[in-house]
Design a protein around this ligand. Sequence first.
Ligand code: ADP
Ligand code: SF4
Length: 698
Amino acid sequence: MSNSPAGTPPAPYDILFQPVAIGPLVARNRFFQVPHCNGMGYRDPSAEAAMRKVKAEGGWAVVSTEQVEIHPTSDITPFIELRIWDDQDLPALARIAGAIHEGGALAAIELCHNGLNSPNLYSRETALGPHHLPVASYGYDPVQARMMSKQDLADLRRWHRTAVTRSMSAGYDLIYVYAGHGFGGIEHFLSPRYNQRTDEYGGSARNRMRLLREILQDTLEAADGRAAVACRISVDEGLGQAGLGRGDIEGILGELGELPDLWDFVLGTWEADSNTSRFGPEGEQEQYVAGLKQLTSKPVVGVGRFTSPDVMVRQIKSGILDLIGAARPSIADPFLPEKIRTGRMETIRECIGCNICVSGDFTNAPIRCTQNPSMGEEFRRGWHPERIRVRGSDARILVAGAGPAGLEAARALGVRGYDVVLAEATRELGGRVARESRLPGLAAWVRVLDYRQQALGTMPNVEVYRESRMSADDIAEFGFQHVAVATGATWRRDGVARWHTQPIPIESGAGVLTPDDLMAGRRPSGSRVVVYDDDHYYLGGVVAELLRGEGFEVEIITPAVQVSAWTVNTMEVGKIQRRLLLAGVTLRTSAAVTAVGAGKVTVASTYTGQLSEAAADSVILVTARLPDEELFLDLLARHERGEIASVRAIGDAWAPGTIAAAVWSGRRFAEEFDADLPSNDVVPFRREVTQLHADLPG
Ligand code: ADP
Ligand code: SF4
């Protein structure tokens, strides 16, 4: 598609670039980066500012913060969000708002009192909720919330009001009242699940929405027409009669529909709202949101992992949304609006719906993204999603292996202007990403390949060769002086991973397969299969799902307490157990396969060591991987002999990890090529260190 002149978006997408009035504000278009966590927050505010600024530059009309805790009774430690507890927090918040404005967008702040969701592990203040109930946090924190008294409610309203005033002084244009995702304490008052009060704040629907009404009114009053007010609200808690549902939200809109300047509709748990592509399609929220816009005259924003401009246009034209909300699509491609505006649809880096971004928040680490390796690195390493330093020499570079690491290295080196040869051993590009995307539920992951393949196709300076397995001799013969080895890794077939760090006994003739075998099309012999998962990310569960779907009797055995235990960080762990159980897969947790025999495996309890057996005609070992580093080691030896100028292994060939880590590694190679790097004694990125308080007590 040809580029449209600046300012004239191509039809039919021009509708996406119509300005939208939000109370006293005008959004320049319909693209709205809704609040999203990022694992940086109060610890890394400049990093967050730089990240948000890039979004604003990329064309989003509104760019929001994540939830901002308004008071020490709303402390969701260990999660790292933003805080507006007092004026000390304002410089950080002002820096973020300022950066968003510099990028050309309106700045929104999501004020939040987490109520029943805050264990207050840092502040040690008493948690506050509608009723005496254990906190509804992610850990089983041994904390109970106290039922809020009238005084507590008056305090909460005052804290929220003060936070509104502070937000405006920090430069925010749009102030959120948060009653969504099971996080906002106001939602706990709305929800019949949590609100068991018998006073005027509980019981009838009108009573349950009293607190929301009061806080919206307070916020509007404090904003005084100088800032817009948004209400983010759960439209369905997924609990049927026991929780918020269609009747409730229709009732709320009937009563309060005209109060805020904007409605932001979300689902009642974050897990449901930020569903992964493995468990739900783009636009999944439509079934819950359709029809609500008609109950208010105020603009409506909602999300749906929207990456397709056609789907966005349909959302607007069919009267479902006024503003296209996005968290993940704006993470995967901060320039998504600009690319649509200038008619460069094919260059959109589409979110794959993997929730690696969410894992940053869950692990208290800066956000990362499978598709966008610059996410979270804008400040500390100076990376940008669209721009990269031009080449520093006339070097010609060979990238061996076209998995996610090799593809990204070749792409980014190509953008820098180097002459690049990307050589792939097989006929297919994409490496593990192409193979894994053919497994159940992972089809969208092929976008990691699609985006890069498209980009490489436009670069005359990058040549791609398939069916070209490179040896060190080939490389010498072709005269390459600089090589990135991206040859990947191979799943082990000896049981070594976390539980066993030495090979386990495997009887000769026992049917043992690895994920590589399955992805190459091989299948177990017999009907009874044990999947031994000591990897703990997605693949063990996916393999079990694959084989069960093909009719095998499948038992999955894992030393962890849940299958695919790490997916707690991508909010999939519950969905995975559910899907496997409903499919008839047997789950055996806290157990390790200790030996593989013909027709059976020996299993030890990880707690007691007690042994048992499981019938198995075949065993799939989803354990650890070994880097395919033969080529790298050969080239390294040649480099040490002075025969080749530089060689580096990247991605899984260096250290097997996630697809996100491989893409990032490819980007890092391209960023650092020809750079004058300091020694590795030096911290390789900028960081923000807490300023010491003026004095110590005593
Ligand atoms: P990563 O995740 O690090 O990108 P992958 O395993 O996905 O790793 O991809 C590695 C790719 O490298 C595979 O497509 C594989 O076929 C290819 N490959 C392996 N050895 C060679 C080689 N010697 N020359 C070229 N390509 C290779
Ligand atoms: Fe999308 Fe995955 Fe990136 Fe998150 S990490 S934005 S889900 S591609």
